[in-house]
Ligand binder design. Structure first.
Ligand SMILES: [Zn+2]
Length: 125
């Protein structure tokens, strides 16, 4: 689909001021009670497709299992990485939004992630 399809005037960046302070131009609620972010989070919740893949090039043995597109912030992602390492009994790293577990643990990781209610897609070989 064409991106940025016209929706008339967007009026981006327009902020009202009242005694409540700034109002969100989208939902017209005080910024503290803004629902836009929550709605965006809810929308994201329906599109949680976590990808589990494997990379062997430039790696020793079975390579590494890569988990990407996890809908978590850095702190939670690090915790998940830790849990997966423990589950797999393997080492690994978490950085730049990607969890890397040494060895091929795709089956165990897919099961674990599905258990958290996410849709998991296996990618690559
Ligand atoms: Zn808003």
């Amino acid at each position: 689909m064409a991106k940025g399809a016209g929706r008339g005037s967007s009026g981006g960046g327009y902020v009202y001021s009242t005694q409540h302070g700034e109002l969100c131009p989208k939902c017209e609620r005080p910024v503290v009670g803004c629902i836009c972010r929550r709605m965006a989070a809810a929308r994201a919740g329906t599109e949680r497709v976590v990808r589990v893949g494997r990379e062997t090039k430039g790696r020793k043995g079975k390579g590494v299992t890569l988990v990407t597109d996890v809908p978590l912030d850095d702190v939670e992602l690090a915790l998940l990485g830790k849990a997966l390492k423990k589950k797999c009994g393997s080492g690994g790293t978490t950085k730049d939004g990607v969890i890397e577990i040494q060895g091929d643990h795709r089956d165990a990781i897919v099961r674990e992630l599905e258990g958290r209610g996410w849709t998991v897609k296996r990618v690559g070989g």
